[in-house]
Design a protein around this ligand. Sequence first.
Ligand code: HEC
Ligand code: HEC
Length: 148
Amino acid sequence: MKRIISPVATAALLVVTSMPSFAASPWIVENATAKEECSACHMAYPAGFLPERSWRAIMANLTDHFGEDASLGDAARTEITNYLVALAPKELRNVSSIAVPLRITELRWFRGEHGSRRVAQAQNDPRIGSISNCAACHRAAERGNFGD
Ligand code: HEC
Ligand code: HEC
């Protein structure tokens, strides 16, 4: 049978498939306030990596944030909390439902995926500095791609 997909139809298809999805992704930080305020010291971490209660705990204690003062005004703090909580999972696999992990990098899957050698390597490489610096290795992390 003859193929009847014309160049015009193909172009139209491409437009449709490359249009941004309107459903918010838990893997890309799209909220402008979160994007700005949470990327001053490190990449803004996407909501999907931690359970809801973890984001609440982090956002409730920004004055003592991993040894830094990351405090925000009430409006920005509320907006970011609501944004993260709305996209975060209720539970994470292999995380007890009473645990409140504050770090992605201490989760079991993360340790398994990266291994202690890679963690040490990140720490000792001044261009990386810490395993928490995702974007140093995952160049497309800010687009939600951690596969390379
Ligand atoms: C003033 C600097 C600063 C700002 C602003 C900041 N952070 Fe952090 N954050 C840090 C530091 C320092 C660490 C620890 C990084 C490390 O161990 O290498 C950290 C770590 C984290 C971690 C744990 C990363 C891991 O190891 O898994 C999360 C989650 C996090 N921050 C979320 C946020 C959120 C959400 C915001 C915005 C509300 C924010 N941060 C804004 C400094 C900051
Ligand atoms: C020192 C470099 C480095 C840093 C920093 C790093 N990663 Fe990775 N990550 C890797 C490598 C390499 C792999 C692939 C592991 C393998 O397949 O052997 C990987 C795998 C992953 C995977 C699995 C991807 C897949 O498709 O299976 C995810 C998700 C991930 N990393 C997320 C993160 C997040 C989130 C951070 C920051 C909190 C981070 N990584 C920090 C190097 C790094």
